[in-house]
Design a protein around this ligand. Structure first.
Ligand code: PEP
Length: 255
């Protein structure tokens, strides 16, 4: 069966970078240069800048989505420092990252916690971007598929396969994030195909539709090669999303 290529999604994860001034200037510059981009775009700034970025996005001639970098498993209450899905929604978000490897490492988020966050996102009406990926040690031990599929399995167990109708999956090999060492198109495509095969095993339709995007040192000069792979439906961009020119360069390479 031939499946039409899914729409490309390019999401910029600013991580813990920026200022109000930078958020404003960067979003405005992206909005100004976006007219010939065909991919769906999402900006994922730190929490304090969501409203500022949202304000500029509203004026963009091309629709640009907004996302949070994390959310609490709780809907509200006595959880100092946490931000709920409802709050993200209230600030104009449609998306939220769940299980980014920096959260898994820095905050010891387990597969179970990530699955709870995925559920909390969907309860709040947000589209989770579920991040999966192996460490270098795991890759070298030949455990890539096993690690990535077990991270995915924890969410399928908790949320059910139908939940992936309203979700995005991001494959991000930990060793490629922020290192300048991107996975080769063949390495990335192989893992994307495994992820899609696992979803297809439960639902052929959802497996054919779900967007699986790649993250890990994507730059304008390697974007086309990676994003043209059969099972790669876009990019989660860290460092290169902090400059309008490189972020737009990736988005245009994808178009
Ligand atoms: C990321 O932060 O998710 C990421 C992929 O970062 P970078 O593009 O800098 O590797």
């Amino acid at each position: 069966m031939t499946v039409e290529k899914r729409r490309i999604l390019v999401a910029g994860n600013w991580k813990m970078n920026g200022s109000v001034e930078m958020a404003s200037a960067l979003t405005q510059a992206i909005g100004d240069g976006v007219s010939d981009v065909q991919a769906d775009l999402v900006l994922i700034p730190p929490f304090p800048y969501l409203l500022e970025v949202g304000r500029h996005i509203k004026r963009s001639p091309h629709p640009i989505g907004l996302g949070g970098q994390d959310l609490s498993i709780h809907p509200g209450g006595a959880h100092t420092g946490d931000v709920s899905g409802g709050m993200l929604k209230d600030c104009g978000c449609q998306y939220v990252l769940v299980g980014h490897s920096e959260r898994r490492q820095d905050h010891l988020e387990t597969n179970q916690v990530v699955a709870e966050k995925f559920l909390a996102a969907q309860r709040a009406g947000l589209i989770p971007i579920l991040c999966l990926g192996e460490t270098l040690q795991e890759r070298e031990a030949g455990q890539t598929d096993q690690v990535v599929i077990s991270q995915l399995e924890a969410v399928i167990d908790a949320a059910g396969i139908a939940a992936f109708e309203q979700a995005v999956i991001a494959y991000e090999p930990v060793w490629a994030i922020g290192t300048g060492q991107t996975a080769s198109p063949e390495q990335a495509q192989a893992v994307h195909a495994s992820i899609r095969a696992r979803i297809r095993a439960s639902s052929d339709t959802i497996g054919g539709q779900v967007r699986v995007i790649y993250g890990g040192s994507v730059k304008p000069d390697n974007a086309r090669e990676i994003l043209s792979c059969e099972d790669i439906d876009g990019g989660l961009i860290g460092g290169a999303s902090l400059e309008a020119e490189s972020f737009l360069g990736i988005a245009k390479a994808a178009s």
